[in-house]
Design a protein around this ligand. Structure first.
Ligand code: PRX
Length: 678
C-alpha cells in the first residue's frame, strides 16, 4: 500500500534548506523549496500590513466556500470583535463535500492502531463523508441540534474525527476532553457547558495496555444526569451499557440516511468550545467561531505547513488539545490533504514507532512537540537512523520553546538536514498559528518562533505598554485588527474573558500571558520574535497547559493541608513539572506522615484533574513568602527552584520564610538568602 503514497513525493531526498554562511545557525529555503511553496514572496507581509481587513477578506474568500457572503468584514467593540458579519458557511462541508468531486478516492484519514498485529484503517474522502453524514443523522435522531454542547472523552480513533465533523455539520458544539484528564474533569466540563451528551469509547491502547474509558464514567454520567452516552467499540470490551441512555456508535449509524444537510452557520456562531487552564480556578471554556476559525485553520495550514493536496500530514497532537483540533483534524482536510492519526505511544513496542509510521505511509509533514523530541533524543540515535525518512519535507514544533540543541537534533536526525522546522507559536485562545517563519520565505532560526503571520499584529511591550526595541524583552501581545480565528469569548464567563486577556494593557490589547524577545532579525518588515515562556501562573507540563490555581484547589481539599502554592520546576524532558509547597495543619508530624501525605496529594490531583497534573515533588514548609496583603509571591518560589537571583526581598512581609524554603529545595543560586532574611 505504501507504493501509492511514495508516488506523491517527487523530490524525496533533495536538499530543501540552505544554511546562512553570514550568520551562524540561520537557515533559508533553497530554490526548490521556494518554487514549490504556496508563499514565497515576502511582499505578502507588506500587503497584509497596509490593509489587514482587505487582506483577510480576500484570503477568507479564497480559502473556503461560503454559503452566503458577509455584509461587513469586521466589527470591534473592545474587548469584543467579530469577523465576516452576516456570512454563512459550514466547517464539515468545507472539509468534505467540496472535495468529493476530485478527491473521492483519496485517503482523508489514515489511522494507525497501537497494537502491531492490528490493521490500519484508511478512510477516503468518500468514506469519511458517508460516515459523517450518517452519524450526524444519528445525533439528530437523539434530538441533538444546533447550539447543543456535546462532550467527548475520546481517544485518537476514526470515530472521534467522524463525530467531531458530524457535530460541525449540524452546528452542535463539541467540547473535547483529553483522555488523560480524569472523569471528574469530564464532569466539571459537562456541567459548565450544560452538556447532556457524552461520546466516549470502551477504551484504547497505550503502551500495550488497554486504557478504559466508558466504565470509568458510570458515576459522573449519573451525576450530570446525561441523556445520552454514545460509545465507540474500539477494543471489544465487555462494558456496562444502560438501556435507553447508552448507545453503541455502530448501532446509532446503522441504517441512517447517507445525506444530512450541512447547517448554514453564521461566521461568528460558536463552532466549538475547548476548556483550557488559566490563572484562576477552574478551566475556562474558550469559544471559537464557525466561519472565521475555519478560514484561519485552512489558511494557516496552507501557509505554515505548505500542505499541498494529497500530501500526508502527521500531527502527533491529541484531539483533546487545540493542536489536535486545528492541525490533526480540520486544517489538513480543509486543504484536501491526508491526515494521519496514531492511537498510541511513540515508544511502543520500541522507541522508533513514529519513524516507522513516517516510513510506512510516506509522511510529508511531521508536527510534534519539543517535549517528545527531547524524550526521543535521549534514546540512541540508531532508533531514528535506521529508518528511511526521505519523504519528509517539513517539520513542525509546538507547545513550548524549542531549545537550539533539540532543534538541531530534530533538523539533522529526523529531517536529514533537508526540512525546515516551523516553530509555531500560538494558543488555545488564538485557534491557529500566529508566529512562525514560512517554508518558502524563512528564515529558520533555532530557538526563535519567527515573525507574525501575514495579517497578524503581534508586538512585545514593556511594563508601560510601549513597544520594546529590537533586542529587548517584554510581554507578548496582539493588537487590533485581531487574528480572524481568535476566541470570541469564555463560555458563560465574560468577566473572565476580560480579566484574563484584556486587562494587562487595557481592553484594546490582547495579552497572551507569555514573555518574549524581539530579535535583531526581521523579514518582510516583520520582526522575528523569540518566546521565552509563560509569565503568569500557567504551567506547561510536557506541552500540556495546566493552571497552578486548579492544582492548588484540588490539594486544599485535603483536611491535612492548610495552604499550598504550586509552581513549575524545570525538567529536562517535560519542560516543567508541578512542584508543591504545602503548609500542613498543626500537629501533623511530617517526619512520620510526610511520605503518606505526599502520596495523598498526588492521588487527589490525579483524581480531580488527571495524571498529567501529578506533582513531581512536595515540599512541606511552615511558611510561604507573601505580600503585605497576604498574596503568595510565586516569583520567589520559581527563582528558588531555578537557582536564580531572587531580587528585592523586601516585597515580602515574611522574608524569613525564604530561608527554610531555600534549604528545602537545595537552592544554589547567587543570592545569600540567610544574610538578607535575618
Ligand atoms: O506559552 C505558550 C506555549 O503554549 C502556550 C499555549 O498553550 P495551549 O493553549 O495549550 O496551546 C498549545 C498549542 C498551541 C502559549 O501561551 N507555546 C505554544 N507554542 C509555543 C509556545 N511557546 C514557545 N514556542 C512555541 N512555538
Amino acid at each position: 500500500m505504501s507504493k501509492s503514497f511514495e508516488k506523491q513525493i517527487p523530490d524525496a531526498g533533495k536538499k530543501w534548506v540552505e544554511e546562512d554562511s553570514e550568520k551562524e545557525n540561520v537557515y533559508w529555503p533553497n530554490e526548490n523549496m521556494k518554487e514549490k511553496a504556496w508563499i514565497s514572496d515576502p511582499d505578502i507581509y507588506k500587503e497584509a500590513r497596509e490593509d489587514p481587513k482587505s487582506f483577510w477578506s480576500e484570503k477568507a474568500k479564497e480559502a473556503i466556500d461560503w454559503f452566503k457572503d458577509w455584509d461587513k468584514v469586521e466589527e470591534w467593540d473592545p474587548p469584543y470583535f467579530n469577523w465576516f458579519i452576516g456570512g454563512e458557511t459550514n466547517l464539515a462541508y468545507n472539509c468534505l463535500d467540496r472535495y468529493l468531486k476530485d478527491r473521492r478516492k483519496q485517503a482523508a484519514l489514515i489511522w494507525e492502531p497501537e497494537p502491531i498485529d492490528e490493521h490500519e484503517r484508511i478512510l477516503t474522502y468518500q468514506d469519511l463523508y458517508r460516515e459523517v453524514n450518517k452519524f450526524a443523522n444519528g445525533l439528530k435522531e437523539l434530538g441533538i441540534e444546533k447550539g447543543d454542547a456535546v462532550t467527548f472523552w475520546m481517544p485518537m480513533i476514526p470515530e472521534t474525527a467522524i463525530a467531531a465533523l458530524a457535530c460541525q455539520r449540524i452546528g452542535a458544539w463539541h467540547s473535547i476532553v483529553y483522555t488523560a484528564f480524569s472523569p471528574a474533569s469530564v464532569k466539571d466540563r459537562m456541567e459548565d457547558a450544560g452538556s447532556k451528551t457524552l461520546i466516549t469509547a470502551d477504551g484504547f491502547y497505550r503502551n500495550g495496555q488497554l486504557m478504559e474509558l466508558k466504565d470509568k464514567t458510570s458515576k459522573i454520567i449519573k451525576e450530570v444526569d446525561a441523556e445520552n452516552c454514545i460509545v465507540a467499540n474500539r477494543a471489544g470490551s465487555d462494558i456496562d451499557m444502560k438501556d435507553g441512555r447508552d448507545h453503541y456508535f455502530s448501532d446509532l449509524v446503522e441504517g441512517q440516511d447517507l445525506w444530512c444537510e450541512p447547517e448554514p452557520l453564521g461566521a461568528d456562531d460558536t463552532s466549538f468550545i475547548l476548556y483550557t487552564s488559566g490563572t484562576t480556578g477552574k478551566p475556562k471554556g474558550i469559544q471559537h467561531s464557525c466561519g472565521a476559525y475555519t478560514a484561519q485553520a485552512a489558511l494557516t495550514t496552507k501557509w505554515v505547513f505548505d500542505l499541498h493536496p494529497e500530501e500526508v500530514f502527521f500531527s502527533t497532537a491529541d484531539i483533546g488539545w487545540i493542536t489536535g483540533h486545528s492541525y490533526s483534524l480540520y486544517g489538513p482536510l480543509l486543504n484536501g490533504g491526508t491526515t494521519l492519526w496514531y492511537e498510541g505511544s511513540p515508544y511502543y513496542p520500541e522507541p522508533d514507532r513514529w519513524w516507522k509510521i513516517i516510513k510506512k505511509y510516506g509522511v510529508n509533514i511531521f508536527y510534534t512537540a519539543p517535549t517528545a523530541i527531547r524524550a526521543l533524543r535521549q534514546r540512541e540515535d540508531k532508533w531514528v537512523g535506521e529508518h528511511e525518512l526521505s519523504t519528509l519535507r517539513i517539520l513542525g514544533s509546538v507547545g513550548e520553546p524549542i531549545d537550539p540543541d533539540t532543534w538541531e537534533w530534530f533538523f539533522e536526525k529526523v529531517g536529514g538536514g533537508r526540512c525546515p522546522i516551523v516553530d509555531t507559536y500560538w494558543q488555545t485562545e488564538t485557534g491557529g498559528i500566529l508566529l512562525s517563519s514560512l517554508p518558502g520565505i524563512g528564515p529558520f532560526v533555532p530557538g526563535v518562533a519567527g515573525p507574525p503571520l501575514p495579517g497578524i499584529q503581534y508586538d512585545v511591550l514593556n511594563e508601560a505598554g510601549e513597544p520594546v526595541e529590537q533586542g529587548m524583552s517584554g510581554k507578548v501581545v496582539q493588537k487590533h485588527p485581531f487574528g480572524i480565528g481568535m476566541l470570541r469569548g469564555v463560555y458563560k464567563a465574560p468577566e473572565k474573558y476580560k480579566a484574563e486577556y484584556w486587562s494587562e494593557f487595557g481592553d484594546e490589547i490582547y495579552f497572551s500571558g507569555d514573555g518574549g524577545k524581539k530579535t535583531d532579525m526581521s523579514i518582510g518588515g516583520q520582526v522575528l520574535i523569540q518566546i521565552t515562556g509563560r509569565i503568569d501562573d500557567v504551567l506547561e507540563v510536557s506541552g500540556h497547559r495546566l493552571g497552578t490555581a486548579e492544582i492548588e484547589d484540588a490539594i486544599t481539599e485535603l483536611d491535612e493541608i492548610v495552604e499550598v502554592a504550586v509552581v513549575g520546576k524545570p525538567h529536562e524532558v517535560k519542560g516543567e513539572v508541578p512542584a508543591v509547597f504545602a503548609i500542613t495543619k498543626e500537629g501533623i508530624e511530617i517526619k512520620k506522615h510526610g511520605q503518606e501525605l505526599e502520596e495523598k496529594i498526588k492521588q487527589i490531583v490525579r483524581e480531580k484533574i488527571g495524571a498529567v497534573a501529578t506533582p513531581e515533588i512536595v515540599y512541606f514548609v511552615t511558611d510561604i513568602p507573601r505580600t503585605e496583603s497576604g498574596k503568595i509571591i510565586r516569583r520567589f518560589l520559581k527563582s528558588l527552584l531555578r537557582d536564580e537571583k531572587l531580587g528585592d526581598m523586601t516585597t515580602a512581609s515574611n522574608p524569613e520564610s525564604l530561608e527554610e524554603l531555600a534549604r528545602k529545595v537545595g537552592y544554589e543560586g547567587p543570592e545569600d538568602i540567610i544574610s538578607q532574611t535575618t
